[in-house]
Ligand binder design. Sequence first.
Ligand code: URA
Length: 206
Amino acid sequence: MSTATLSNQSRSDLMRKIKDEIMNLTESPLYAERVRNHVFPVIGEGSHDAQIMFVGEAPGKNEAATGRPFCGASGRVLDELLASIHLPRTAVYVTNIVKDRPAQNRDPFPEEIAIYGPFLDRQIDIIQPKVIATLGRFSMAYVMNRYGLAPQLGQISALHGRIFETKTSFGSMKVVPLFHPAVAIYNIHTKEVLMEDFKTLKEVCG
Ligand code: URA
């Protein structure tokens, strides 16, 4: 992918190609389950020229039923956090590493991350965000490894809310690890931490 800024048309075309490829991803171990359960892959949603991208882990039940990321209980927390910094969801791009639902919301397997990760890489190259906010430890590890931040990786409890600067083929980018919103559903302390970390995100976005 060139470092040139893409036109809106090219961005949409490239995103559609990703969607088509994922729709037909028969080599994924999660594909058969998708077909058997009559559910959808979750590609991503939002602005294709967003300054900020949110990257979660994998779709849950509601997401697979609708094909939309973060539309269940975790999504309500994410919406609340976005509202707290007056950032409309339409202005950001929200996606996951793994695009199909792992059964019973189990953690994604490394081989699933290996299959779906390259689609996320392409989405990042298309959107060329200034900031990636990772939601949870899997996307934190994936994005930090991918962008040369492996030496700084650690526990999410130590890294959340911190700003990591990196270089990409399309320019400099910041990575801000955040707790997964699902943790905040039943844990008020995590919710408060997320609220504070979103204030940092607001400052980073300018
Ligand atoms: N959890 C995720 O990581 N992603 C979603 O889209 C929903 C829940």
